[in-house]
Design a protein around this ligand. Structure first.
Ligand SMILES: [Zn+2]
Ligand SMILES: [Zn+2]
Length: 505
């Protein structure tokens, strides 16, 4: 309404009446016909309110259809015509001839993987994803150790501790076969030491922040590697995210940092009792959660790249006192010296497992539940040929690991001067077992170096008087024991403990 209280149409009509007679009439609002430049916005009197039927615009949002409002929307197509909302294939309608009814034709890049349009991972990775690319840590059908050693492991790699007579001999691979003249089973090689953490949580389960933040934090703290191992049940589909984040951060620091994802599971016995916490490492995808020990060891051994780790013994269980299962031997490699329990509990668990026949070596991790990856002074030490996932996996599989309470200190344990810890030696006379303990912080010296026997007892000891490095050699007869372990104690009390050297009579 205007100020006079007259309807706008009337005012306009009055104005029109006052126009001179010779004025050529233009379509005027209020003349009852929606014409000329008129539309519902400027002239609802003639065109009706916007959105109403007859406003000249077909508005499906206001439920105008060809049936309700043919004035605006046009007449409905006859049944079978294009536009009737049904894709009439028998009338010849298809995505090509009638997209309104049949949808647009599949095209690579439309976000839909359509096998009928011959789209697959090879023809259209944009929609279907890449074909299990080499490097995704899944050894898939069609991939082999020859075509993709990154996912499937190397074909009997030199340095895996197995002398494969078909391809390896003492000349081609002294690391596995011994130099021609060295004891059989002697693993030789030029390995560097790396320090890291193989047990850590993030907000993907019961920790904080994301794997990406964790990896970056650990790198900044000076670790060489970090595995994020969230609880499998809570992590769900985020395992794929973890791997993508690991690739991202590792790529950013290529050559100086390795990032990986595994997961932790609680192993329950058939009656629901907790047998222990278990880390699956180097795993490409989430594999089924096993129940009971037989299933556990079979499951992990069935995964080509996987390595198993017993977490924080003896809590909440000891995997039935580390009862031996042959099925688990190929994949079981690590036992933690960290977490709940005393040092003596860790020693007890380690030597019990070794006496039972397991081929395991120490790890010392942080089991982070806060934003502190790499902040502690303890670490898992690994002697590896290269700082890559494959290099670390080969080293762990060959048991070249140690636990250290000081992540600048290392321990190297060898037999006959050349056979690395992890070697499974056979034959010959007395063994020279040598230990080199070294802290790269020159002021942080050693109190003593010990050779430990099968019960974890000290067989022999050498006093170091604060030396750094401290070297010791102990001579033992092969029939003394089936394995030996070296231990070094620093003047500040920090302890390092090595992998075993085995002797198989
Ligand atoms: Zn745990
Ligand atoms: Zn944990």
């Amino acid at each position: 309404m205007n100020r006079l209280g007259l309807p706008l149409a009337l005012v306009l009509a009055l104005v029109a009446c006052e126009a001179p007679d010779d004025f050529e009439r233009l379509p005027a609002c209020g003349d009852g016909a929606c014409d000329g430049q008129e539309a519902c916005e400027g002239c609802p009197e003639d065109c009706g309110a916007c959105g109403s039927c007859g406003d000249g615009a077909c508005d499906p949002g206001l439920e105008e259809t060809c049936a309700e409002c043919p004035e605006d929307c046009g007449a409905c197509p006859l049944h079978g015509e294009c536009g009737d909302g049904a894709c009439a294939e028998q009338e010849g309608e298809s995505c090509a001839t009638c997209p309104p009814d049949c949808g647009s034709c599949p095209a690579c890049g439309d976000g839909r993987c359509d096998p009928e349009a011959l789209e697959d991972c090879a023809a259209c990775p944009a929609d279907c994803g890449g074909c299990d690319p080499c490097g995704d840590e899944v050894c898939a059908a069609g991939e082999t150790c020859a075509s993709c050693p990154e996912d499937c492991g190397r074909c009997d790699p030199c340095g895996d501790g197995v002398c494969d007579g078909a391809h390896e001999d003492c000349a081609a691979c002294p690391a596995d076969c011994g130099d021609c003249g060295a004891r059989p089973g002697c693993v030789q090689g030029d390995f560097s030491v790396y320090f890291g953490n193989l047990h850590a949580h993030t907000s993907y389960s019961d920790g904080e922040r994301t794997p990406r933040v964790a990896f970056e934090h650990a790198y900044q703290e000076g670790l060489d590697f970090l595995w994020v191992t969230d609880h499998k049940g809570q992590m769900l589909e985020r395992f794929a995210n973890c791997k993508a984040e690991a690739d991202l951060v590792q790529g950013r620091h290529a050559g100086s940092f390795v990032a990986g994802c595994g997961y932790e599971i609680v192993i329950l016995g058939a009656d629901g009792d907790a047998l222990g916490h278990f880390n699956t490492l180097f795993v490409g995808t989430r594999i089924p959660t096993p129940v009971g020990l037989d299933e556990l060891y079979q499951t992990v051994a069935g995964c080509a790249p996987c390595v198993g780790q017993w977490n924080h013994p003896p809590w909440p269980g000891t995997f039935r006192n580390y009862r031996y299962a042959a099925a688990g031997r190929p994949a079981m490699r690590l036992i933690e010296f960290s977490g709940r329990g005393d040092w003596s509990d860790k020693i007890h668990a380690y030597f019990q497992a070794l006496r039972n026949g397991w081929q395991v070596s120490p790890a010392m991790n942080e089991d982070n539940h806060q934003e502190n990856w790499g902040d502690s002074p303890r670490a898992t030490g690994v002697w590896a040929a290269e700082l890559t996932r494959a290099g670390l996996r080969d080293a762990v599989r060959a048991n070249r690991t140690f636990a250290t309470q000081d992540d600048t200190a290392r321990i190297a344990f060898k037999a006959d001067g050349v056979c690395w810890m992890g070697s499974r030696l056979r034959g010959g006379g007395p063994l020279d077992l040598s230990v080199v303990a070294h802290d790269r912080q020159s002021g942080d010296g050693f109190r003593r170096v010990d050779l430990l026997g099968a019960e974890g007892q000290v067989l022999e000891s050498k006093a170091c008087h604060g030396e750094n490095p401290c070297r010791a050699t102990f001579t033992r007869h092969p029939t003394d024991a089936r394995f030996w372990v070296a231990q070094a104690v620093q003047t500040d009390g920090d302890v390092l403990i090595s992998a075993p050297i085995w002797f198989e009579p």
